[in-house]
Write a protein that binds this ligand. Structure first.
Ligand SMILES: Cc1ncc(COP(=O)(O)O)c(C=O)c1O
Length: 436
């Protein structure tokens, strides 16, 4: 995968009510902000300077403010019709009582903890003393970084990666080592070389092993094994972020890190209900060595006291009612059809002007613009948005702004007809730029 540096202009805008909102896909300006605050007598912390936000998340606000029709390839969100709204509504009547609306246990509601431990949420069982419920996968990533990263520590990330995750590591002062990926995930030989060249050993290895966000590729079984061996050699922790693993629609599941190395303290797994149920619920969990649990609970108590209690009760009811398996079957069928539709439309309307990964599950294709590099993903975004299609430009998925020639396309949100409309609009935007 090729890369290029990114040129960003930053423009939060002020809406008529006087609040600053997100008016472009560029990161909010925080670099050097500390000096300005200091002049006004506000003692911002060193780590607050240059806090990295999420271009992916900003796309939600940006698109919400747009009035013309836009085909949504940007956010990694389940299709609205793929959220079991009716089932959740019906459950709410029985699952919620007064106990649902007060503070809950920091580690999570006992019913949901037990449901996860009993394997209702996953194909693989765990045990309740390894699990802490979190506010989505993001809080799991934050907890891992809080526990393992000291300022200056080396953290390995995939390149490209889910930059909300790398931003979390940066917010704790990590230094990142960006390791390229290919169709079998992180290139382990490159990892070994880069680590040797750095003269240091990493503390944390952040990997999204199944249907990676943003590329859609899956880490091969052999590379999983090698990563485990390296983690042991370096005394590092594998931050195993797997929101999409249950969404495989082609081929067979590969063994996860916890299956390859049961009970391994070097594996810290982050899970979420966001992609298999509904992201707005904001419920996920971490599955980690039981000795970390007191630390996880204490860290969480200092963050948010407890996770959304009604939503945990709802999810508990949904899982125990056996709803998840049936729901997953429907999601896998839907997303397979949508992936196929996207690949078909790309071939029909963009042909050899682009190359796409071919994911076996999950929500994303990583599409590279071929040709002479004259058109950047950023320019294409501006024109494409005007023509009614949105995606995430590659540099937003790279902490150092690489991949100026790539687009992340989420095929999960729109149906095949709309996917075709979106790709036609993309092709028209590319024509327009190339004609300039
Ligand atoms: C790889 C990855 N990790 C974590 C998350 C965050 O999940 P949640 O919305 O549950 O916080 C996402 C969401 O897009 C993701 O793609």
């Amino acid at each position: 995968m090729s890369s290029s540096r990114r040129n960003t202009s930053r423009c939060p805008v002020t809406d008529p009510r006087g609040t600053t909102t997100i008016g472009s896909l560029d990161p909010l300006p925080t670099q050097g902000i500390r000096g300005g605050f200091a002049e006004n007598g506000l003692p911002l912390a060193r780590l607050a300077d240059g806090l990295v936000g999420s271009v992916i998340d900003s796309s939600t606000s940006l698109l919400a403010g747009i009035e013309h029709d836009v085909v949504r390839f940007a956010m990694g969100a389940p299709a609205p019709e793929a959220i079991p709204v009716q089932a959740l509504r019906e459950l709410a009547g029985g699952a919620l009582d007064a106990g649902s609306f007060t503070y809950g246990a920091s580690e999570g509601e006992p019913g949901l903890l037990a449901a996860i431990a009993d394997g209702y949420a996953d194909t693989r069982g765990t045990s309740a003393e390894r699990v802490v419920i979190t506010s989505g996968g993001m809080q799991g990533l934050d907890l891992a970084c809080k526990l393992f990263i000291d300022p200056g520590d080396l953290v390995v990330v995939e390149s490209p990666t889910y930059t909300n995750g790398s931003a979390t590591a940066l917010s704790y002062g990590a230094e990142l080592l960006e390791i390229p990926i290919d169709d079998s995930g992180m290139v382990i030989d490159e990892l070994v070389e880069q680590v040797a060249a750095s003269g240091r050993t990493p503390k944390l290895i952040y990997t999204i092993c199944n249907f990676q966000n943003p590329s859609g590729v899956t880490l091969s079984a052999e590379r999983r094994q090698r990563l485990l061996e390296l983690a042991h050699r370096w005394g590092a922790v594998i931050l195993d972020d797997d929101p999409y693993g249950l969404l495989r629609f082609v081929g067979d599941d590969l063994p996860g890190f916890a299956e390859l190395s049961p009970g391994d303290p070097h594996v810290f797994s982050v899970r979420t209900f966001s992609k298999v149920l509904a992201p707005g619920l904001r419920v996920g969990w971490v599955d980690a060595d039981h000795r970390l649990r007191p630390l996880l609970i204490s860290a969480k108590q200092a963050m948010d006291t407890c996770t959304n209690v009604p939503n945990q009760h709802l999810i508990d009811g949904f899982l125990r009612g056996g709803g998840l398996q049936e729901h997953l079957t429907g999601l896998r069928d839907t997303y397979r059809l949508r992936r196929d539709a996207l690949l078909r439309s790309l071939a029909a309307h963009l042909g050899d002007r682009v190359r796409s990964t071919v994911p076996e599950g999950g929500m994303f294709c990583w599409v590279t613009l071929l040709g002479d590099g004259a058109v950047s993903a950023h320019e294409l975004f501006e024109v494409a948005l005007g023509r009614g299609v949105a995606f995430i430009p590659g540099p937003a998925l790279s902490p150092s702004g690489r991949f100026g020639d790539a687009l992340r396309i989420c095929y999960a949100t729109e149906d095949p007809g709309r996917i075709d409309v979106g790709v036609r609009r993309l092709a028209a935007a590319l024509d327009e730029l190339e004609a300039r």
